[in-house]
Design a protein around this ligand. Structure first.
Ligand SMILES: *Cc1c(COP(=O)(O)O)cnc(C)c1O
Length: 420
């Protein structure tokens, strides 16, 4: 479902009353634009859906870690799910409170664990026995408590693509559910380790809520058995992963998720943590790009634009679909086009075999549902400066990341003395 914040007014595409053509004139192309109102309304729908039980919605920062995006959510009381020391820094700068931070990831370094304990994050999601031992060493040497969950691999299949399915034993994530018991019992005996929760994150772009129900059943069963064994927990963290509509998917919503989770948790005394990323920010963002050239090869048309796989990797990486619409709507006859970028790879496309009115040179196109895993996965491949990002809110826009410069491209590089 397209966000109501993005709409045509007399054939021009607007975000929250701001003309994208005007933004393009001022900041150049390509650029990402985010609607604060859209993001806020999606966060509110999570909050409303889970209002009946104690909960914390921890935005998964890796979906889009721009400071302004984080600030919109932290001001509404959201927590954040972070996966690196760099994201910890971003989260704090965005205004997330340490007690609302969850630190996830399969390979946290010793330095990252030190930082997390020093900054007093609420929860560290541990993914292996060796990481748990490292956390214990670090917490002991700092003489500070380390509140943690084990990330359980619940052996539940979910997720929109093999690269984003994470809940079965044949991928690298979590501790197999049959192996977690002795780890909690060992941790209970360590002075600095605080077993406060249990976590799973089963995948991404999950359009049905039933896998979450299965994962919850596994976690609740383990939590119950742990309590009987003298390790009572405070919280269950079910990760993120709810999907969005890129094309014709009809994903279930936070309300559907709440309908299956809330009754099961209501009288347990456990607090529910969720870590949504995509379902909060994907639809709130678009990528605006300009047509450079067109060319034909037989029946096929190529539209070459100034955004590429370095700006939006999802089509190349996951064969993902993103709807593309003209910023100025015209009524030409529709033809089949590939929308491609300037990068020297055949995988550099934004859309394939798309039926659309053939745009003209210099026309602007908007790539929709690009707010999640768009800019945050972007790179400088082909020495292309990364795009600008703007946040639209209440009829105005602000540049929240300036376009990179040629100097940014070579920052930190040098030629060895012997080669000068
Ligand atoms: C990526 C990730 C998320 C967010 O997933 P979405 O599909 O964007 O909701 C949440 N938790 C963990 C541990 C993750 O790795």
């Amino acid at each position: 479902m397209r966000s109501e914040q993005f709409s045509y007014q007399r054939h021009q595409f607007f975000v929250e009353g701001v003309s994208l053509a005007d933004v393009a004139k001022a900041v150049g192309t390509p650029f990402y634009a985010y609607s604060a109102a859209d993001l806020q309304s999606r966060f509110r729908s999570y909050e409303a859906a889970f209002a009946d039980i104690p909960h914390l919605i921890c935005y998964s920062l890796k979906a889009n870690s721009n400071l302004a995006v984080g600030r919109v959510l932290s001001r509404m009381g959201a927590g954040a799910d972070i996966v690196s020391g760099g994201e910890l820094r971003r989260a704090l700068l965005s205004g997330f409170l340490p007690q609302n931070l969850v630190f996830s990831g399969v390979g946290k370094t010793k330095d990252e664990l030190i930082l997390a304990i020093r900054k007093k994050v609420r929860l560290i999601n541990v993914e292996s026995e060796e990481e748990l031992r490292m956390l214990n060493d670090v917490a002991s040497s700092l003489n500070r408590p380390a509140p943690f969950s084990l990330r359980v691999n619940p052996d539940v299949k979910a997720g929109g693509h093999p690269h984003i399915s994470t809940g079965t034993p044949d991928n690298k994530f979590g501790v197999y559910h049959k192996n977690i018991f002795p780890l909690y019992l060992w941790a209970k005996k360590q002075r600095h380790l605080l077993p406060v929760g249990i976590q799973s994150h089963i995948g991404s772009q999950i359009t049905r809520v039933s896998p979450f129900k299965k994962a919850l059943a596994v976690l609740l069963d383990l939590a119950g058995r742990l309590e009987r064994a003298g390790v009572p927990l405070e919280l269950i963290d079910l990760g993120g992963g709810l999907g969005v509509s890129y094309n014709d998917e009809e994903p279930q919503t936070p309300v559907d998720l709440a309908r299956i989770l809330v009754p099961a948790l209501k009288n347990t005394g456990l607090t529910l943590f969720l870590e949504p990323g995509r379902s909060l920010i994907a639809q709130a963002g678009i990528l605006v790009t300009k047509v450079l050239y067109r060319k034909g090869a037989g029946p096929k048309h190529f539209v070459i634009v100034d955004a590429a796989m370095n700006d939006l990797a999802r089509p190349a990486l996951y064969d993902a679909f993103h709807e593309i619409v003209p910023v100025h709507r015209s009524s030409g006859t529709k033809v089949r086009v590939d929308v491609v970028g300037p990068i020297c790879e055949s995988g550099d496309f934004l859309a394939k075999d798309r039926l659309m009115a053939l745009p003209r040179q210099n026309d602007l196109l908007a790539v929709l549902t690009a707010g999640a895993y768009g800019f945050s996965m972007s790179s400088q491949y082909n020495s292309r400066p990364r795009a600008a990002e703007v946040m639209v809110s209440g009829g105005r826009y602000d540049i929240v990341r300036r376009r990179e410069t040629m100097d940014d491209l070579i920052r930190g590089e040098s030629i060895p003395r012997g080669l000068v």
